[in-house]
Design a binder for this molecule. Structure first.
Ligand SMILES: [Zn+2]
Length: 746
């Protein structure tokens, strides 16, 4: 569990918080195996015996004062009696007890009744493939699924289904694959004529991966796109013989979730559905009207971004609820350059704990690699995340892909998450008092994360299991707790000096995404601009005050727009500028596809702060040869490139990696860089540590089209994209902010 706060020294009270102009909160990556400094938890068992405060329910931790019979809660100060079993346990040497030796613990919990009955739950996977598509799409999907089959552990069950104007279920357990079709009624009201269970019993459909791999592959080979002849002879004929389309995604998903749901809690504890889609659902339930995209495009008077960001139907939100109730988590892979309205579709994935992937073309798609990567990393499911604070402050908002608990405040449910998934909270003071200036009790945050993992057979080799259980998957319920103490800032400069700009960026990104979803992209941009103006004004006020106190009466009237006295704040104007230049917040008129914007919103809402930094302001490293790095960091400006004089640049924009050889590079430098060089090693390292597979490009200036690279050199671009010819970009942005600051300070 990695936790990073906006500042390591908290503001002393709400006046100090407001005066700082900074957001106050933290990000948490609960399933990360290490903390933010790379240290793992102390492992143990019997998490249910960990003493809890009778007043605030916080867990006992290393910051609590412990007497022989009692302990004092480090969050609320309550004196609690120690249960007798704990008295006995805590009289042993402390280093053998996790909660006594570390403030970061991971303890096994006993399974509850329903879990107990199904400790041998098998991992279940279902692929649902869009046949209302092209040969290229199916080729790509096949190679992704072949990669997936290699990554699935023995003992997993796999089901293959297709959808178009009908649902196809494959039985791969017999000598040759057999498909059973169920036709989808064209209109949204009518239900399927036949339950899927009646077409094929679920346990016949779900095949063991280790014995059926070859037949699953063979079945994949038989997939063909639905032809227009098939469609028109099927149920897809509309009024006057007009072809109604044939992508019955909504009906198919609903039916498949209900189908799987019958074995939820019996065969499996979590089933993962991979849905491959090549365009908008246009048939059956959950049809999407894609003409709204064309209409917005035609009339530019409306804020197109505002019109295209909200969902057009609650169908997919409701569908996500059905998925969750059926124990299903959906990963949605959209391979299309057609408007697909991900704004409506996204809910079925993010609200069920899955991910949303968008590939604009089948040519350079990293889908198979993404798939392999996703299945190869551990995940936690059925998670409950709870953040507690000491009494002086409280969590205000929470951000990320989770469900709030209907009953308890500040309790979040996460259906499924991997070690990258990150969530954010911001704080407010509980009252006007704030933290006492002279108190010896520092602010404390405790994050508790309860989760279930499937432990594959090989992970259990050394444990003492009855032999009948060997070779089977087991469920394990665990409780991970992290308790952190912070300091308070005695003055505003201490706050500024302890800022983590990447975490500030994370909270800003969450806020602007929410605002743009509610009020449009224009509002999101305005919010960000105003935020920077206020921060700059507050910082200048604070700095002038320090100068004044030092007896420096001739204060400079110049506004310090670059935060030159505070290295921790210095990156922020650049990050705000870059965020305004990011497709996340660029205008529709600049050619940002609405589906791409939604994809970025979903991606950026789960990234940990350093990855997000990279996505917003890519890192640019120069090399003098493929084996020798020149400078570790350049600003994203053409001028910086030219003045550096380096021949090779490596740009990392999180989703894209670009190796760029300048036109002045020595022709004897090998291109592309050879496999064993330093640059390649660095590229591979970057690729390995990433949640998605970045696209890798090699560009030679003067020989290849360099647009992809040049687009990332944002500092010479105009912040609102209105005048590309202007070479003043970031400089004129600072001028503009400086003027607004001067007005604001008056
Ligand atoms: Zn307490």
């Amino acid at each position: 569990m990695a936790v990073r706060a906006t500042a390591s020294r908290f503001p002393i009270d709400s006046d100090a918080l407001e005066a700082s102009g900074l957001p106050w909160g933290l990000t948490v990556t609960p399933f990360a195996s290490k903390d933010e400094s790379g240290i793992g938890p102390a492992y143990g068992s019997n998490g249910h015996l960990l003493p809890r405060c009778e007043h605030c329910y916080a867990y006992f931790n290393t910051y609590c004062e412990l007497d022989q019979w009692a302990w004092t809660c480090s969050l609320c100060g309550t004196l609690n009696g120690l249960p007798s079993d704990a008295i006995a346990r805590y009289s042993y040497p402390h280093d053998s007890i996790p909660e006594m030796s570390s403030s970061f613990v991971d303890l096994e919990l006993p399974l509850d009744g329903s879990e107990q009955e199904m400790t041998q739950a098998r991992p279940v996977y279902l692929a649902a493939i869009d046949l209302s598509s092209s040969e290229e799409f199916l080729e790509l999907t096949k190679s992704a699924l072949l990669a997936a089959l290699e990554a699935l552990s023995p003992g997993s069950l796999f089901g293959l289904a297709t959808f178009s104007h009908k649902i196809g279920l494959y039985d791969v357990q017999g000598p040759i694959p057999v498909v059973k079709n169920v036709f989808i009624p064209p209109d949204a009201e009518r239900k399927l004529p036949l339950e899927l269970e009646d077409a094929m019993p679920l346990l016949q459909f779900l095949a063991p991966v280790e014995t059926c791999k070859d037949r699953i592959a063979a079945a994949l080979e038989t997939l063909r796109p639905i032809t227009s002849w098939e469609r028109s002879s099927g149920a897809a004929q509309g009024i006057d013989g007009v072809l109604m389309g044939g992508r019955g995604f909504g009906t198919a998903m609903e039916a498949l979730f209900n189908y799987l749901g019958s074995e939820f809690g019996n065969t499996f504890a979590l089933a993962r559905v991979f849905a491959f889609i090549s365009g908008p659902p246009d048939y059956g339930r959950g049809q999407l009207d894609t003409s709204r995209y064309g209409e917005q495009y035609a009339s530019k008077r409306v804020d197109a971004d505002r019109a295209l960001l909200p969902e057009q139907t609650p169908f997919y939100k409701d569908l996500a609820t059905i998925a969750v109730e059926s124990g299903v988590c959906v990963d949605l892979f959209a391979v299309t350059n057609e408007y697909t309205d991900l704004a409506s579709l996204k809910f079925v994935s993010i609200e069920s704990g899955g991910s949303l992937f968008l590939y604009s073309s089948t040519d350079d798609s990293t889908l198979p690699q993404d798939m392999f990567r996703m299945l190869n990393r551990p995940y936690a499911f059925n998670c409950v995340l709870r953040l507690r604070t000491s009494t002086e402050f409280k969590p205000l908002h929470s951000y990320g892909h989770f469900f709030p608990d209907p009953q308890y405040e500040n309790l979040q449910h996460i259906i499924c998450c991997d070690s990258y998934a990150t969530y954010a909270y911001d704080f407010d003071f509980a009252n006007n008092t704030g933290f006492s200036r002279h108190s010896r009790e520092p602010p404390v945050v405790q994050i508790a994360f309860q989760y279930t993992v499937v432990v594959p057979p090989e992970g259990l080799q050394n444990s003492e299991l009855p032999s009948s259980n060997r070779g089977k998957h087991l469920l394990q319920r665990r409780l991970r707790i992290r308790t952190m103490q912070f300091e308070t800032a005695q003055n505003i400069n201490e706050t500024y000096d302890s800022v983590d700009p990447e975490v500030v960026l994370s909270l800003l990104v969450h806020k602007v995404i929410l605002v743009s979803l509610e009020d449009g992209v224009r509002e999101g941009r305005a919010l960000l601009h105003d935020w920077l103006v206020i921060l700059t004004a507050q910082y200048n006020d604070a700095y002038n005050l320090v100068q004044y106190k030092k007896g420096n009466k001739s204060m400079s009237s110049q506004i310090d727009i670059t935060f030159s006295q505070c290295p921790q704040l210095e990156p922020l104007p650049r990050l705000v500028f870059a965020l305004l230049r990011n497709p996340l917040l660029r205008f529709h008129e600049e050619g940002v596809h609405p589906d791409y914007r939604i994809y970025l919103q979903c991606l950026f809402s789960v990234l940990e702060p350093s990855s997000l930094h990279c996505g917003i302001y890519p890192s640019l490293v120069s090399y003098s040869t493929p084996d020798k790095q020149a400078y570790p960091r350049h600003s994203l400006s053409r001028a910086a490139l030219i003045t550096s004089g380096s021949p090779i640049f490596f740009l990392d924009a999180y989703t894209t990696l670009i190796v760029f050889y300048t036109s002045t590079a020595d022709p004897s430098l090998p291109f592309p860089p050879p496999q064993d060089c330093l640059l390649r090693k660095n590229i591979n390292m970057v690729k390995q540590g990433r949640s998605i597979t970045p696209k890798l490009m090699f560009i030679r200036e003067g020989k290849d089209d360099a647009t992809a690279f040049e687009n990332y050199l944002i500092e010479e671009q105009d912040v609102d994209g209105s005048g590309f010819a202007s070479a003043r970009g970031f400089v004129s942005f600072l001028d503009d902010v400086s003027q607004s600051v001067a007005e604001y300070m008056k």
